[in-house]
Design a protein. Structure first.
Length: 206
């Protein structure tokens, strides 16, 4: 039996009202996802044609040591501290991954001390074909005058060298360290007894 016209019209109006009411929710959900609010490790996607901001430069400081060994695991025997897995991608300003970029990391050990005689908590690696890097290390300790941080020098093939530092969120000393930059904060989540830190570098290329 055919549905009465008035009933059919009412149903269409109801479905239309539901669709209109749901549209903002669906739109906001897409916006949240694109901004990484549903996945803490994602960065906002730049608008079409918009260039990414370069990773800010920082001083290398007095503790850089050249000729570090090729390694991406600093947890050598005797190195103690909270395990950290630092990972991310090296990108150019268009958001394209940069393969084979050099990343030279160094930092203080869990006691806030740098190794000047050897290469404890020092080493270099190259980003993979997708521009990704991984460093297995520990959380650095504090020492006078500085907040908690990692050092890194990066260079794409034939590109300029970038020296910078990576900082930890919710550190009391962040507010008093003159070198601290919020743009260089790591995104950190706990994973069992260890922590995973994420940072994507944006390099200028020639």
């Amino acid at each position: 039996m055919a549905e009465p016209v008035s009933s059919a019209v009412s149903r269409r109006r109801f479905l239309y009202a539901v669709a209109v009411a749901a549209a903002p929710v669906a739109f906001l959900a897409r916006v949240k996802t694109s901004l990484g609010q549903d996945q803490g490790e994602l960065d906002p996607t730049p608008a079409a044609g918009e260039k990414l901001k370069l990773t800010p430069e920082e001083t290398a400081g007095p503790f850089f040591k050249p000729n570090s060994p090729a390694k991406n695991n600093f947890r050598d025997p005797g190195v103690t501290g909270t395990p950290m897995r630092l990972t991310g991608t090296v990108l150019d300003r268009r958001g394209k991954p940069i393969p084979n970029a050099l990343l030279d990391f160094w930092h203080a050990d869990a006691n806030g001390e740098y190794d000047f005689n050897g290469f404890r908590c020092r080493g270099h690696q190259f980003s993979d074909s997708d521009g990704k890097y991984v460093l297995e290390t520990v959380m650095p300790g504090l020492y006078p005058g500085r907040t908690r941080h990692y050092h890194v020098r990066l260079q794409a093939a034939h590109g300029p060298i970038l020296s910078t530092q990576l900082y930890f969120p919710a550190e009391v000393r962040n507010s008093t360290d003159s070198l601290f930059k919020p743009e260089l904060l790591l995104k950190i989540r706990e994973s069992g007894a260890s922590r995973v830190a994420v940072f994507n570098f944006v390099l200028g290329t020639i």
